[in-house]
Design a protein around this ligand. Structure first.
Ligand code: LCS
Length: 394
C-alpha cells in the first residue's frame, strides 16, 4: 500500500506496519539480529557514510523496528517515528535532544510521576531548570515562559487527574518564544488525539499502554515532524542507546493492528463506568473529560475524539475507603499501568506518583484519596458488578 497515509486510520492500524519482502510474508517478520553483514568493505563504508541505504546494527536501525516506527508515525500524521525501550526512554531522549545546560523547561504538574522526577532530580543536575505548572491555565504558562524556555512539555489528559491542556493555544505560545511543544499522547493514543496536527512539534508515547494494549511489553515512541528533527533525534537516540528490541517491536506492531477497535471499547466502557461512579452515593468526585462538569470539557471536546479509558475518582471516605475498595475487587486487578485489555485499579499517591514530592502531588490535585481505574475491554456490566460489590464493602 504505497499511499497508506491516504487511508482511514482503522486501515492504517492494520496495514501501515507492513514492509513487503521477497518471501511473501503478510506481516513484517521479526529480524531478531544485532548486526547486518556488508558485501565488502566499500559497502560497509557507504552504509556508514549514508551513500547507500541499508542496515548496519540494530541500535541504529532494524526492519522490524522500522515497521513499528512507520505505523505510529502514520497514525500521528508525523514524519518519522523513533522506537524506544520504554516510555521513559522516549521522554528522556526527546528532552535530551531539545535542551542544553542553561535551558528552561515548562512541564505540566499532572504528569506520570517519573516524568516529573526525571526533570526535577535528574535533568536539573545537568543545568536544566524546570517549572512545574498547571498547563491547563494559559496565563500560568505565559507567566512561566522565560527567555531561555526551550521546551513546553505537556501531558494531556494528565496522569492521573485527567486535567486537559489546550494544545493549539500552547503551541502558539511556545512558537512565539522559540520553544518547542512536546506532548505525551499516551492517554489518548493517536486514535483519539493527534497533537502534531494541533501544532505540537514532538509527540512521545509509552507504547506499554494503549498502543501495545496487552500488558506484555514495555516500550516507547517519539514522533517528529520533519527530516531535520528526525536526523537529530536519531543521532541522540543512537548515542543514548535506549532503543527497543525487535521482538518487542513486533509485539507492539501486532497490538496496533487492533488499536482502533480496542479504543472504541475502552471509551464506551469508561464512559459507562464513569457514569456509574458519578451516581454512586459513596463517590465524591469523578474526573472524566467527557463530563460537562470537567473543568476543561470544552477543550477536551475540541481536541479529542473520545474520552479515553482512564478515570480517577475520590470516595467520600478518603484513602481508607479507597483501600477497602481496591482490596475487595475480584475482576479488576490491583496493579499500575493502563491501556491494556484488562481493567486495572491503583492508588496514585502511594504507587504511580509516589516518586513526586507530596507538595508537587498536592499542587497537581493528586490527593491521598484519589483512586485511578484503567478501564479494560471486558463486558462492562461485569466490571460495574465488581465495583458495585467492592463499594458495598466500603
Ligand atoms: N507517560 C505516561 C503518560 C505514562 O502513564 C507512563 C507510564 C509513561 C509515560 C512511562 O512509560 P513506561 O516507561 O512505563 O513505558 N505510566 C504508568 C502508570 O500510570 N502506571 O504504571 C506506569
Amino acid at each position: 500500500m504505497e499511499d497508506i497515509r491516504k487511508h482511514h486510520e482503522d486501515t492504517q492500524c492494520v496495514h501501515a506496519s507492513f514492509i513487503p519482502d521477497d518471501t511473501g510474508a503478510v506481516v513484517t517478520p521479526i529480524y531478531q539480529v544485532s548486526t547486518f553483514s556488508f558485501r565488502d568493505v566499500d559497502h560497509g563504508a557507504n552504509l556508514f557514510s549514508g551513500k547507500e541505504k541499508g542496515y548496519i546494527y540494530t541500535r541504529m536501525a532494524n526492519p522490524t523496528i522500522e515497521a513499528l516506527e512507520k505505523v505510529v508515525a502514520v497514525l500521528e500524521k508525523g514524519y518519522r517515528g523513533l522506537a524506544c525501550a520504554s516510555g521513559m526512554a522516549a521522554i528522556h531522549t526527546a528532552i535530551t535532544a531539545l535542551v542544553s545546560a542553561g535551558d528552561h523547561i515548562i512541564c505540566s504538574e499532572s504528569v506520570y510521576g517519573p516524568t516529573n522526577t526525571l526533570l526535577k532530580t535528574v535533568m536539573s543536575r545537568f543545568g536544566i531548570e524546570t517549572s512545574i505548572i498547571d498547563t491547563s491555565d494559559l496565563d500560568a504558562i505565559k507567566a512561566a515562559i522565560k527567555d531561555n524556555t526551550r521546551v513546553i512539555y505537556v501531558e494531556t489528559p494528565g496522569n492521573p487527574t485527567l486535567v486537559v491542556s489546550d494544545l493549539a493555544a500552547i503551541a502558539e505560545l511556545a512558537h512565539g518564544h522559540s520553544a518547542k511543544l512536546v506532548v505525551d499522547n499516551t492517554f489518548m493514543s493517536p486514535i483519539l488525539q493527534k497533537p502534531l496536527t494541533l501544532g505540537a512539534d514532538v509527540v512521545v508515547h509509552s507504547m506499554t499502554k494503549f498502543l501495545n494494549g496487552h500488558a506484555d511489553v514495555v516500550a516507547g515512541m517519539i514522533v517528529v515532524k520533519n527530516e531535520e528533527d528526525f536526523k537529530h533525534f536519531r543521532k541522540v537516540l543512537n548515542q543514548i542507546g535506549g532503543v527497543i528490541d525487535p521482538f518487542n517491536a513486533f509485539l507492539v506492531a501486532r497490538g496496533i493492528k487492533t488499536l482502533a477497535i480496542r479504543i472504541e471499547r475502552h471509551c464506551s466502557n469508561a464512559e459507562a463506568i464513569a457514569r456509574y461512579l458519578e451516581n454512586h452515593p459513596k463517590v465524591d468526585r469523578v474526573h472524566f473529560p467527557w463530563f460537562k462538569s470537567h473543568p476543561q470539557h470544552d477543550v477536551a471536546k475540541r481536541q479529542m475524539t473520545g474520552p479515553g479509558g482512564v478515570i480517577s475518582f475520590e470516595l467520600s471516605g478518603g484513602i481508607e475507603a479507597g483501600k477497602t475498595l481496591m482490596n475487595s475487587l475480584r475482576l479488576c486487578t490491583l496493579a499500575v499501568s493502563l491501556g491494556g485489555v484488562e481493567t486495572l485499579i491503583e492508588h496514585p499517591a502511594s504507587m504511580t506518583h509516589a516518586s513526586m514530592s507530596k507538595e508537587d502531588r498536592e499542587k497537581a490535585g493528586i490527593t491521598d484519596g484519589l483512586v485511578r481505574i484503567a478501564v479494560g475491554i471486558e463486558k462492562v456490566e461485569e466490571i460495574i458488578e465488581d465495583l458495585d460489590k467492592g463499594l458495598a464493602k466500603v
